[in-house]
Write a protein that binds this ligand. Structure first.
Ligand code: KG4
Ligand code: ZN
Length: 329
């Protein structure tokens, strides 16, 4: 069995996965969302302190699996360094105490692996990764290798939902709240322009759209509930249209190389986005692959799924080489 740990942002999670069957034997996640909500975003120092409190509590619950463990998988990059270090320290302590190898797991590869929890992997595919830290389109060759086809120039897709939510005073994380508000709103009330629409650049940008929302809020002075619904709906439509517009260009070039398209990351839970991408995939004759809703946001099950692949190939990380690294690439 493999014990896996995820603590890259504001979710403390540990999983136990059986190597041979890929079965998830234990999975627990304690989210800190409510604790950060009043600040409108994640407060790194608070996140680190909460990981230090909760990770050992979850670990205690899986003590009975310790004799059967063959490796420890841990997210070591990218993310908030003070959060990552909590999981990495725990993994190192377990490596010393139990004398079993370490597997450093890149968080993005973890999200890709979320598609295959308790399942075999199917590749190649084009993957849209939409989370709080990333907006990327990847050509994914296998669990280990991918090519970045497009990335964001500034804010990420999920982050833009968080910021719109904060501007409207709706709390954190913004994604689910803005999506819920959007369902009650008129998506055509505000004519936000689609970012980079007239540019040939295959990239994403969300800071300008955020600014358009800010100006719309300012122009309204006193916002009533329907104004908020309409802003969320118009924003969500433009944010997704931007993805669709650039994805169309990417798929024109790459769709003949794959049969599958996937969406991963916390924001892949967005139903409006899922529906629009489903239709896009139909046009390009691609099958859409999605993770179960419970595995879209950060979790240790996806880290464990990746770790199985690394274990099978005997790819381990020596204790001295395991570092928590915030780097984004
Ligand atoms: O993958 P994740 O849990 O953490 C990171 O790796 O960043 O993604 C969290 C992000 C947050 O920005 C959150 O607002 C966004 O995903 N998110 C959503 C939705 N659910 C979560 N964004 C849009 N619509 C949603 N339904
Ligand atoms: Zn994530």
């Amino acid at each position: 069995m493999i014990l896996s740990i995820e603590s890259s942002c504001d979710d403390s999670s540990i999983a136990i996965t059986e190597i041979k069957t890929k079965k998830l034997l234990f999975h627990k996640k304690i989210s800190q969302e409510l604790k950060h909500s009043k600040y409108g975003g994640v407060v790194p120092e608070l996140a680190a302190r909460l990981h230090a409190e909760t990770l050992p509590k979850i670990l205690q619950e899986c003590k009975m699996f310790f004799p059967k463990l063959k490796a420890i998988g841990v997210t070591n990059e990218p993310g908030l360094s003070v959060s990552l270090v909590e999981g990495v320290m725990m993994a190192k302590a377990l490596n010393i105490a139990l004398d079993i190898p370490l597997i450093a797991v890149n968080h993005l590869k973890g999200h890709i692996s979320s598609l295959f929890i308790e399942k075999d992997g199917i590749f190649p595919m084009i993957t849209l990764l939409v989370s709080g830290g990333h907006t990327q389109v990847l050509k994914t060759k296998n669990f280990f290798e991918y090519q970045i086809l497009a990335t964001t120039l500034d804010d990420s897709f999920g982050e833009s939902f968080d910021k719109v939510s904060k501007m409207l005073g709706l709390g954190y994380p913004g994604g689910p709240i803005v999506e819920e508000y959007a369902e009650k709103g008129d998506e055509n009330r505000f004519n936000f322009t689609i970012p980079l629409y007239n540019s040939n650049r295959i990239a994403f940008s969300y800071s300008g759209l955020k600014n358009q929302v800010r100006l719309a809020i300012k122009s309204l002075n006193d916002l009533n509930q329907q104004d908020k619904y309409d802003i969320c709906a118009s924003f969500q439509k433009t944010a997704v249209d931007h993805l669709l517009h650039k994805l169309k260009n990417i798929l024109k070039n790459y769709s003949h190389e794959v049969n599958l398209f996937s969406i991963v990351g916390g924001a892949s839970a967005n139903k409006y986005l899922r529906d629009k991408i489903f239709n896009l995939c139909k046009k390009f004759d691609l099958e859409l692959k999605l993770a179960d809703l419970k595995y879209c946001s950060d979790n240790a099950a996806m880290i464990g799924r990746y770790a199985i692949e690394a274990y099978t190939k005997q790819i381990f990380t020596p204790l001295e080489a395991l570092e928590a690294s915030p780097k984004i690439f």
